[in-house]
Design a protein around this ligand. Sequence first.
Ligand code: C2E
Ligand code: CA
Ligand code: CA
Length: 400
Amino acid sequence: MLGKQIRTFEANEIIFLEGQAGDCAYLIESGRVLVFLMKDGVEVPLKVLGKGEIFGEMSMIDASPRSASCRTLSEVRLATVTKEQLLDRIQSTDPIVRLLMRALLDRLRLQNDGIRGKSTSDSVVHNTKLESETQEALDRLDLENRIARALDAKEFVPYYQPIYDLNSQEVVGCEALIRWNTSDGKVIPPMAFIDILEESPLILDVGQHMIECCFRDLVRMQNDLDLDSDFFISVNVSGRQFADPSFVRNLERARNETQIPARRLKLEVTERIMTEGPQAIQTLQACRALGYKMAIDDFGTGFSSLQYLASMPLHDLKVDRSFVNQMMTLERSLSIVKTLIYLANALNLNLIAEGIETRDQLELLNKMGVQMGQGFYFSKPVPYDDFINLFLPAALPQAA
Ligand code: C2E
Ligand code: CA
Ligand code: CA
């Protein structure tokens, strides 16, 4: 139920009683209410609430009976807040925030039990959903702690996947893709940690670390290989990094240490960045003004809005690998690729195809006019030393 429901009560009316099931919470529009407990038949007042305050929310959050009673002290107007309105929002927050919220509720209930003289064990509710949510929050905290230690131990490293000019089949740049090299010799791919990392403030430090690695490796590549002066490294930057007001300062500090021109670092962002608010857009524009190249990643997989595309200061559009993967067998995927080619041309953007796995895909993309591409057909993402070896003539894909 979305519409606001108003209920009015006379003075001294009961709104709900302790032990009843809770089906909604209330927001006080006017008047005052008293929250109280009953002990040995005597009313024990807990709190007087007034305009703008919410009550009755506890039993909805943890699906327990009302932990206290409530009655009006004057004529009262209350807006009801439904279970759905509250639970949808709570469900979409970080599991750690949910865990904290439940800990606070448990503490409040114990406090109320103490006032009533009830033993704490009476109020322990076993709820498997809560237990699994608690486990999820604990797992997340554990992973975040391990990520923080891994960052200190420099266990996050970039692997590089070459990006080719599809026509000349020369390497024109590469994409840095994070890997977690654990102390026991495992290489963990981003799939296992990137979502949680991107939801945690640690992404700022890990992201900055990746940027610093990219600049340092560009200097090394320049020394180890005879690179074209336009050779670039693409680095994935999350929306949260863009929303950080110190992002540009940190980016420039890392660049100044290496004297690499800004145009040789490409920042790959996804459409989600447009939902990060005005600071993210400002950062995007500042980066563009400083000369950094900007690519939109995974285009067409999120909630792509052409409005966003028109307003973002971009250079490249990356075609998601799901379209490349299916375009030989699914007419619809091929149509999407053709539309993206048309769109990129119209907006004066370069197109980079991801996930090229076969020679047929490469040839079709090249024939349709896609300029650049990357994929397992050329090479998987590899550590720095292997990347350098790709430039040996024998490692380049042979013409058919
Ligand atoms: P992405 O940016 O779309 O990166 C491309 C992914 O496709 C990479 O997965 C790459 O290994 C994989 N790929 C490339 N060519 C092929 C192919 O021919 N076939 C198939 N099946 N896959 C191919 P990876 O390295 O596991 O990275 C996954 C995602 O993790 C990335 O997707 C990106 O969203 C995220 N990510 C990686 N590194 C970073 C980072 O440093 N920062 C942030 N924020 N996200 C990162
Ligand atoms: Ca990417
Ligand atoms: Ca992508």
